[in-house]
Design a protein around this ligand. Structure first.
Ligand code: ATP
Ligand code: CA
Ligand code: CA
Length: 437
């Protein structure tokens, strides 16, 4: 069930873990935020900050309800990503994630066993990840950073932080903080998770009728004959960005990612909204909004908003031609002649999240139509093609078409993914691989 969360209060099985995660984030992030902004160095990509929490507290960490250890990975890189590339206000970020009002839990929607939590305003998602995914993100962090820098309009998951909590008996939990693709104050009437694979990629249609929050898959999309209703201009822009993003995913050798699409129907509006009611107090021990705000304000004087910091940021901006978002010109499809617009100096707001946080449907004259807003992005991008996936490839390939199963080598996955996504846009056509009866 996407987007509707359960409350986490004291007594919940994951309460202690959540408390520790949030306390760690609050202390870790504000520690980094308190320093004067400076340009990134190579060492920042491998840096780790460690914190040890206990009931007593010490000069580095305030006292906490439980004993645990917290590790903040590459804090300067994520700070720079948040502030310079994703336009996240530091105060908003901390407030949303760690003030005393809750988080709600989405549970474990995928097969992987990862848990998802929403920040209290639904802007951010905390996803627990496997150790392998964690190591992988660190390994490609520099490439990811460069891709984000060169592609202000990227559709890839926006990672805002990477952390680890270690509980006293040694259990280690890794997690990332990322963007919620879906709007906090709007109902999403249909959700699709699309890979370009057609084997086992179907949510039972009879069950879908009863569950408007089901996450539908490739075969549901194909059988329903759906199209992304966007005009030539948005088609070209989206195609170009998807091409660049899938080239990147091929380069870092991952697969199993998907394009998540949420569809909001303006005529249906937000009648069915249940989310607003789920906001309740998470923990009375976490600081309240005004105390977080005032501590950020006092840090800001020496931190991110100091004249020095602003000057450094300006200097970095003007000296880096890569930040202009020039498209690469290796592709031969019809969109390669299309320029993604230059980023705005102040807010390089993502093109695809411009219409009420999403992408408005348009007709063939590029005029708004049909009362539809799409929310889309490429998610689950940390799965390398390792030996487990190679085994799955061979195993599943014996039973089904080896080119239609989900686990295929990254170059084939990227090509198939891109080709499928072009095919689902209005005017596009799905080739033989994507035919289902
Ligand atoms: P698996 O590996 O089995 O596919 P996973 O645990 O890695 O699953 P994801 O594929 O990342 O999980 O996500 C599962 C579902 O959670 C998605 O289909 C989507 O409904 C929801 N979801 C994931 N990321 C986001 C996001 N950034 N914004 C909104 N919803 C999301
Ligand atoms: Ca997935
Ligand atoms: Ca996954």
């Amino acid at each position: 069930r996407p987007l509707v969360g359960n409350l986490i209060g004291e007594g919940h099985v994951n309460y202690v873990l959540m408390y520790n995660m949030l306390t760690g984030i609050r202390v870790g992030v504000s520690r980094c935020q308190a320093k004067i902004k400076r340009p990134l160095t190579d060492d920042d990509f491998t840096a780790r900050h460690k914190f040890s929490f206990d009931i007593v507290g010490n000069e580095l960490t305030p006292s906490a309800k439980y004993d645990f250890k917290f590790k903040d990975y590459a804090p300067w890189v994520f700070r720079t990503l948040r502030e310079d590339h994703f336009q996240i206000d530091p105060a908003d970020y901390l407030l949303s994630l760690t003030s005393k009002y809750i988080l709600s839990e989405l549970g474990s929607p995928g097969k992987s066993g990862s848990f998802f939590y929403f920040s209290r305003d639904y802007r951010f998602i905390i996803k627990t990840i496997r150790h392998a995914e964690h190591k992988f993100l660190l390994k490609i962090l520099k490439q990811y950073y460069t891709h984000i820098q060169e592609n202000p309009h990227t559709l890839l998951s926006r990672f805002y932080g990477l952390h680890r909590v270690k509980l006293p008996r040694g259990r280690k939990i890794h997690f990332v903080i990322m963007n919620n693709l879906f709007p906090p104050h709007k109902d999403v009437h249909e959700t699709y998770d699309l890979k370009g694979s057609t084997v086992g990629r179907e949510y039972p249609e009879d069950k879908a009728a009863q569950n408007p929050r089901a996450v539908l898959k490739d075969n549901n999309w194909i059988k329903r004959g759906k199209k992304l209703e966007i005009g030539p201009e948005k088609r070209a822009l989206l195609t170009e960005q998807l091409r660049r993003d899938s080239e990147f995913l091929e380069r870092i050798s991952v697969m199993d990612y998907s394009l998540l699409i949420g569809i909001h129907n303006l005529k249906r509006g937000n009648r069915d909204n249940v989310r607003r009611n789920t906001l309740k107090v998470f923990s009375p021990d976490l600081p309240n909004a005004s105390s977080i705000r005032s501590s950020i304000k006092s840090q800001a004087k020496v931190g991110a908003h100091s004249p020095e910091a602003i000057a450094i940021r300006k200097a970095m901006r003007s000296s880096d031609p890569k930040r202009l978002g020039e498209p690469s010109r290796t592709g031969v499809d019809d969109s390669s002649s299309f320029h993604l617009p230059e980023e705005d100096d102040h807010r390089q707001q993502c093109l695809f999240y411009q219409d009420e946080g999403g992408l408005r449907a348009t007709d063939e004259n590029d005029q708004p139509m049909g009362g539809t807003i799409y929310y889309l992005g490429v998610i689950d991008i940390l799965t390398p093609y390792n030996w487990v996936k190679k085994m799955e490839h061979v195993w599943k390939g014996m039973k089904d078409d080896i080119h239609k199963i989900s686990p295929v080598p990254p170059p084939e996955y990227a090509e198939r993914f891109f080709s499928f996504m072009k095919g689902i846009m209005r005017g596009g056509e799905l080739d033989e691989r994507f035919k289902v009866e």
